[in-house]
Design a binder for this molecule. Structure first.
Ligand code: ARG
Length: 599
């Protein structure tokens, strides 16, 4: 948890003021913990209208306990709060039933800006996670199928969470649980033998494999025998058939190379590529363990864990022919990861359509630990989180790999880069590194779009929207950042912390200061809720607030320039510029997005 020192201060002063105003109450009712600073601090809200102050304490519940009118209580409270010190850095105001607290401009500016100028990109970094492992299972495409845009959101969100937790001092461990095992490989083997050739794989492996995959499903509809052939091929593969294994290896190698190239383009890194096949030799002991715990039973020759009692569909561990399933490998995966990493949390960044799957897996683990009477401190079941998310829709179309309507991620990246390039050529044709910048902007647009809504909501992907330099987009943030960088280049003096902070006294500037000061809290909130969205909306607010400073007009209606003849004033404003630039850059970094200095 992030400790907001102003919040602590406000809560303490308020608690004291309550005691001063209602001394009798506290003598007769020492049990009123609601007036403890810690509790009051939890009740502090952020006012919708920033003019009201940085924090507001609603007094309605409290007034009931005090058996009084909230407005009356508020007046007396605010008077007492303000009378306590001669040179207060906090000002309290009573507005109806809300007790508002405002940090004085100079204090807020000095405190926030000096910290940011000193810490730079480490602003908001903490050590709360030190010594703790966070395992993040993300991206995890099914290889031997192309890397489709359906896996874009897990890649974006997972990678961002990786960086957010790292910033809080955790040891993030990124795991790619590749879909490299399962009946689909039986289909691929059959399809390859019938219609494929080694030459195909050498020239254009990914789309050739994809075509085989689609063709198999088309032919299967006409000839149901193919399904049986595929099952047989997979059974052979599972039992160590040499020819099948050779083909499988080939598919895997080619696909993995292609997938890794895409990650490189996106700047995404994994600590482990341990896909489903990694668990092949770990499953037998896990099944034995589940059986001896007494959790399992047979149903139509399949080995299952019945979860009806919990309103969850039965978890099938192995089929009548001995084939294991996706869930079996995930159960083995949880136990393996727990043993290997003793994680604080294990996150599974996977689409909401797999909700039941994770309910099954997590429940089986929980029941197993109960049955085995594992002491609470050695259990992992409370630490597993399905970080689910909604669909991404391209003009309201869902994606289906089987029917061949997939949209390839590489094509999306290429298209975004091309669109970004044409924007650059239009706006700034003299830019030095056009190729590199176009890629950064294109990728920024795609990644930001994935994290611009709460993860459980669907994303409607529209090319015009995501690349709009003026909308709520990645490129808008990158563009704001580049403008700040350009201001700093033009301002030749060094921005020093010797600043008259009281000069940043316009409401527009105050709003920016307030947001800057709340960045560390936003990072914590993003981690607590597993929501990169907290960072993305924060950055949009910050950039828009700054753009209001930038466009502010003075009393005569002229733009009040950041850099003017007034050296002292310019110095103070440039400190603000520098800090906003630092925070936008770091926030974008946490989203996995680069921030070029020129664009
Ligand atoms: N390969 C799966 C898919 O594409 C996602 C795997 C997610 N991770 C996991 N441990 N199940 O649907």
């Amino acid at each position: 948890m992030f400790k907001d020192k102003f919040k602590v201060d406000i809560a303490e002063k308020t608690a004291q003021a309550f005691r001063d105003v209602f001394p009798d109450l506290f003598i007769s009712r020492p049990d009123l913990y609601i007036f403890d600073p810690d509790r009051l601090s939890e009740r502090l809200e952020t006012p919708k209208n920033p003019e009201m102050g940085n924090y507001a304490l609603p007094l309605f519940d409290i007034a009931k306990i005090l058996k009084g009118n909230p407005v009356e209580i508020n007046k007396r409270l605010a008077e007492t709060q303000n009378s306590r010190t001669l040179h207060p850095h906090l000002v309290f105001t009573a507005v109806g039933g809300f007790n508002n607290a405002r940090i004085k401009t100079e204090t807020l500016a000095r405190d926030t800006l000096t910290t940011i100028l000193e810490d730079e990109q480490d602003f908001g970094t903490s050590t709360e996670g030190q010594g703790k492992n966070i395992v993040i299972d993300f991206s995890s495409p099914n290889i031997a199928k192309p890397f489709g845009v359906g896996h874009l959101r897990t890649t974006a969100i997972g990678h961002s969470l990786y960086r957010i937790f790292e910033k809080l001092g955790y040891n993030s461990i990124g795991i790619n649980h590749l879909g490299d095992w399962g009946t689909q490989f039986g289909k691929m083997i059959v399809a390859f033998r019938k219609w494929g050739s080694d030459d195909d794989l050498k020239t254009d492996p990914i789309s050739k494999l994809y075509n085989l995959y689609v063709r198999f499903h088309q032919e299967e509809e006409k000839d149901p025998n193919l399904s049986e052939e595929a099952r047989e091929a997979f059974r052979k593969l599972e039992q160590g058939g040499h020819d099948e294994a050779e083909l499988w290896n080939k598919f895997k190698e080619y696909s993995l190379n292609a997938v890794k190239k895409t990650y490189e383009t996106l700047g995404v890194h994994f600590d482990h590529y341990t896909g489903e096949s990694f668990y092949n030799d770990k499953i037998t002991p896990v099944i034995a363990r589940l059986r001896s715990s007494g959790l399992t039973k047979f149903s139509q020759d399949a080995l299952i864990v019945d979860l009806e009692e919990y309103n969850i569909p039965a978890c099938i561990l192995s089929k009548a022919d001995g084939a294991t399933l996706y869930a079996t490998r995930d159960i083995a995966g949880v136990l393996y990861r727990w043993e290997t990493f003793q994680f604080e949390k294990a996150l599974y960044v996977v689409a909401a359509s797999q909700k039941d799957h994770f309910k099954q897996v997590f429940k089986v683990i929980e029941l197993l630990e109960e049955r085995e009477k594992i002491p609470a401190s050695k259990r992992c079941s409370g630490r597993l989180v399905h970080v689910d998310f909604g669909w991404i829709k391209f003009r309201d179309e869902m994606m289906s790999t089987r029917k061949g309507t997939i949209i390839f991620l590489d094509d999306v990246i290429e298209k975004a880069t091309e669109l970004a390039r044409s924007k650059i050529l239009e706006k700034n044709p003299d830019l030095k590194e056009i190729d590199k910048t176009a890629r950064q902007i294109g990728i920024g647009a795609i990644l930001f779009a994935d994290m611009s809504t709460r993860r459980q909501k669907d994303v409607n992907f529209d090319w015009d929207d995501v690349l709009n330099f003026e909308g709520e987009t990645g490129p808008y943030l990158q563009y704001t950042h580049a403008r700040l960088a350009s201001l700093l280049r033009h301002y030749e003096k060094k921005v020093s912390p010797e600043i008259d902070f009281s000069l940043l006294d316009h409401p527009e500037e105050y709003r920016v200061l307030d947001l800057l000061y709340k960045f560390p809290a936003a990072v914590c909130q993003a981690a607590e809720t597993y929501e990169p969205y907290v960072i993305s909306t924060y950055l949009i607010e910050l950039a828009s607030a700054f753009n209001k400073v930038y466009q502010r007009k003075d009393d005569s209606g002229r733009i009040d320039k950041i850099i003017s003849d007034d050296a002292v004033l310019s110095q103070a404003r440039m400190a603000l510029v520098n800090c906003v630039k630092i925070v936008i850059k770091e926030g974008l970094y946490l989203l996995g997005i680069e921030a070029p200095d020129e664009m």
